[in-house]
Design a protein around this ligand. Structure first.
Ligand SMILES: *Cc1c(COP(=O)(O)O)cnc(C)c1O
Length: 394
């Protein structure tokens, strides 16, 4: 069985091709030109309905959505924002961009927020961003109980969690605001794009204006006009709008989401079950109450020293499966020590130990069972050889 190209993005459905062609013929790419029913506006209505939230605002990226969420919360100057120590560099960056100060929280070997460290640091912050990193859901019941008690707003970074459920609730709808990405490696591929959802009219009104709804363009949003009247001309315009072109690429993919989620979960669980026979591989289980929507798999290597871990990565690479160990690949944007733009360099021993053994493999939802088995065979053989080589050298 030939190994698939796991880095190729997913193709865009033909329906998008027709929508894009019509759009290009009309030249109507700016979301606020049409009086009504612009593709971006339709996407917002459809996405809010899909998620069961009151409002949605489509923007240029998930990073932009996180930035606007923080700005729209109207936090005091230099507010501290608690974020997980295991996330993508865009998250601490959006905090800095919003004029806030990130405070990092430990993450456990199951890739989820360490609740003891979270509770200890919560009294020091004015807002929280929970990154469900690689789609791994942290215990949202415990987090929301603590944050509600402390009256601290929670933003969910659900970039990789579109379609994930937590006790039947959609991830991204549990916190005050949920942010999603349409970058090519996420469940819905538009190259670039993001969207935020919330039930708070006042907050979304601020975010809409700041995203670039200058003058009275907010009238083309489905939000109460009193909310806009309060903020007109009082908040800056950052111009982070989505183009109609992106919306035309995204909309035909929304009806495919459920199918992709189920395929992703099936693929992930099959590969996880195969990998777990190895004494050197551990795939952290989902939390009870969590129904995942994976487009990648993460697992921890055990019983291997640094050299053997690097040996495993070299062997898989040579065989045609790209594995990244977050903490051992050079300049990885998900390793907190590479965020040298932070003023205070944090030390998070638990998170660091996890990153040094946690492997990351992309798993496009289109993979077939024989392809998944070929990937499993490659990984199992490489880990066995790396472990045996280590013994032989010792
Ligand atoms: C991809 C990703 C982002 C950034 O999304 P963009 O749309 O590329 O800005 C943020 N957080 C997480 C966890 C991500 O995986």
């Amino acid at each position: 069985m030939k190994l698939p190209d796991m880095h190729q993005a997913d193709p865009i459905p033909d329906a998008a091709l027709e929508a894009v062609t019509a759009l290009l013929r009309s030249g109507d790419l700016f979301r606020y030109t049409a009086a009504a029913d612009a593709p971006v506006a339709l996407l917002e209505t459809e996405f809010a309905a899909l998620m069961g939230s009151r409002y949605a605002l489509a923007v240029s990226s998930c990073s932009a959505a996180l930035f606007l969420s923080l700005k729209a919360l109207d936090l005091p100057a230099d507010a501290r924002v608690l974020i997980p120590g295991f996330t993508f560099a865009a998250v601490p960056s959006s905090v800095l961009h919003a004029g806030c100060v990130p405070l990092l929280c430990e993450v456990g070997e199951n890739y989820r927020v360490d609740l003891v460290d979270f509770a200890a640091k919560l009294p020091q912050v004015q807002a929280v961003i929970i990154s469900h990193m690689r789609g791994h859901t942290s215990d949202m019941d415990a987090i929301m109980a603590m944050c509600d008690e402390a009256r601290v707003p929670v933003i969910e970074d659900a970039a990789h969690s579109l379609g994930t459920l937590w006790h039947g609730r959609k991830i991204g709808t549990i916190g005050w605001i949920g942010c999603f990405s349409f970058q090519s490696y996420k469940m819905i591929n538009a190259g670039e794009g993001g969207i935020l959802i919330t039930d708070d009219a006042d907050l979304v009104a601020r975010a809409v204006i700041m995203s670039g709804a200058y003058e009275h363009n907010w009238k083309k949003h489905d939000v109460l006009s009193e909310a806009f009247a309060r903020h007109q001309n009082r908040v800056p315009l950052y111009n982070l709008r989505m183009s109609n072109l992106s919306a035309a690429v995204i909309r035909p993919q929304l009806p495919l989401l459920q199918e992709r989620v189920e395929a992703g979960r099936r693929n992930h669980d099959h590969l996880a079950a195969r990998l777990e026979v190895s004494p050197n591989i551990e795939v952290p289980a989902a939390l009870s109450g969590e129904a995942r929507a994976p487009d990648s798999i993460q697992f921890n290597l055990s019983g291997l020293d640094d050299d053997a871990v690097d040996d495993f990565v070299r062997r898989t690479d040579a065989a045609g499966v790209k594995v990244q160990v977050f903490g051992r690949s050079t300049d990885n944007a998900r390793a907190f020590w590479n965020w040298q733009f932070l003023h205070d360099q944090p030390e998070l021993p638990r998170t660091r130990a996890m990153l040094m053994r946690a492997c990351d493999v992309r798993l496009p939802v289109r993979l077939t069972r024989p392809e998944l088995d070929a990937i499993a065979d490659t990984l199992l053989k490489a880990v066995q050889q790396a472990a045996a080589h280590k013994l032989a050298v010792a």
